[in-house]
Design a protein around this ligand. Structure first.
Ligand code: ATP
Ligand code: MG
Length: 257
């Protein structure tokens, strides 16, 4: 069955897009068929996948408003060997337009149904907000991956997110589960980061991925080349960490199957 993951955290700049791009490329590298959906008007996942957001006739905006299908807007990210449903600033206006529609939270879910058989993994890069776009991501997904930086305020924001996930589960998507919490931009020399990381493990146990993503400059510079880090520097610590994360996901999935 296709695994659909929403990469979500309403906090900005925690590594959602970096995770979406590099996990997509890492899963594709081990022969998984991957679709990455950019649900953020910033279009960073689109650009970072080597797709120019300025030259797109149609995007996820058109899918959400019902004028195009996923197949019509989907493009191949040659740079990463996966498919992308791109986004750009058009999407910023979508929320106001969506409010008037019935079943507005489940549009993406319904739009994905015809393409599910084409993919092993669908990753949804959500914007830094708990808005209608993110709700569409959470309704379409089976599980949620939460990237987070191990800093003082991280845990506070986490409880809002966990509550939102609970509400979505009660009202809209009864099967939604937290797939895991991913520690990003981790610096083991920072004692606060260590403490927050320990607290996370105490609270969330095996929901915290064993793989830790280190702070790594290659991950930060790869998007400026329109490449996943794997094809920018195949041996960088960041590249290896995301390959390990893909491995961890796949072996978890095997255990469940
Ligand atoms: P937003 O909330 O704006 O969508 P985001 O959660 O998607 O942000 P990213 O865009 O992935 O976060 O990352 C924020 C910034 O941190 C980017 O400049 C990115 O290149 C950098 N970054 C992300 N992960 C790492 C890392 N492990 N090491 C170094 N830099 C990183
Ligand atoms: Mg982002």
């Amino acid at each position: 069955m296709t695994k659909i993951l929403a990469v979500t955290n309403q906090k900005g700049g925690v590594g959602k897009t970096t995770t979406s791009i590099n996990l997509a490329a890492s899963l594709a590298k081990v022969k998984q068929r991957v679709l990455l959906i950019d649900l953020d008007p910033q279009g960073n996942a689109t650009m970072g996948s080597g797709v120019d957001k300025r030259n797109l006739a149609a995007t996820v905006y058109h899918v959400l408003l019902g004028s195009k299908s996923i197949i019509e807007v989907c493009v191949r990210a040659e740079a990463g060997k996966y498919d992308v449903v791109p986004a750009n600033r058009d999407l910023a206006g979508a929320e106001i337009e969506l409010i008037q529609l019935d079943n507005r939270e489940t549009i993406l879910k319904r739009a994905l149904e015809p393409v599910l058989a084409n993919y092993d993994y669908i990753l949804i890069d959500c914007p830094p907000a708990l808005n209608l776009l993110t709700l569409n991501g959470l309704c379409a997904a089976r599980t949620v991956m939460i990237p987070m930086q191990c800093e003082y305020y991280a845990l506070e924001g986490l409880s809002d997110l966990v509550n939102t996930i609970r509400r979505v589960r009660n009202n809209l998507n009864p099967n939604l589960e937290i797939e895991g919490l991913l520690r990003t931009m981790f610096d083991p020399r920072n004692t606060l980061a260590q403490q927050v990381s320990d607290q996370l493990q105490q609270h969330f146990g095996n929901k915290v991925y064993q793989t830790v993503i280190p702070r790594n400059v290659r991950l930060a510079e790869a998007p400026s080349y329109g490449l996943p880090a794997l094809y920018h520097d195949s041996l960088s610590k960041g590249t290896l960490a995301y390959l390990a994360l893909a491995d961890e996901l796949l072996s978890k999935a095997e255990q469940i199957a």
